[in-house]
Design a protein around this ligand. Structure first.
Ligand SMILES: [Zn+2]
Ligand SMILES: [Zn+2]
Length: 129
């Protein structure tokens, strides 16, 4: 499979997200994202009306290990993203609300970001510390 072909398809119809963003942040240029994930993010982005700063899309095994990601992290399979939380509490509220409205089944609120994923092999939940 040519991983680099997938993001182009995925980005179609998702004007707020670009192909340059979806690469692994470990510097390996590996890009892998699920089209459904990008379309759901665009739906949430449209609903929120405020910018989403996505700090992590796909991660390769090496990068995931390097940053201490979970062994079975949904980032490995392209099912997950992390959205940076801002200093603007209203923005954060609008982002969280929009993710629920868009139908994300798994949402984890962290001190500095919100992890969302649509991993079909995992149970639905919302974790708020
Ligand atoms: Zn990598
Ligand atoms: Zn994450």
């Amino acid at each position: 499979m040519n991983f680099n072909e997938i993001p182009e398809l995925a980005i179609e119809g998702a004007e707020n997200f670009g192909i340059h963003e979806v690469k692994c942040k470990g510097g390996c240029e590996h890009a892998w994202v699920r089209p459904k994930l990008v379309w759901m993010l665009q739906k949430a982005r449209d609903h929120a009306g405020v910018p989403f700063n996505i700090t992590s899309w796909h991660r390769c095994v090496y990068h995931n290990k390097h940053i201490g990601g979970a062994k079975k992290s949904s980032h490995l399979e392209g099912w997950a993203v992390d959205i940076l939380l801002t200093k603007n509490k209203l923005y954060n509220y609008l982002i969280l609300q929009s993710l629920i409205t868009a139908g994300f089944p798994r949402i984890k609120v962290r001190p500095d970001h919100i992890h969302v994923d649509i991993d079909p092999e995992k149970r639905w939940w919302i974790l708020i510390p």
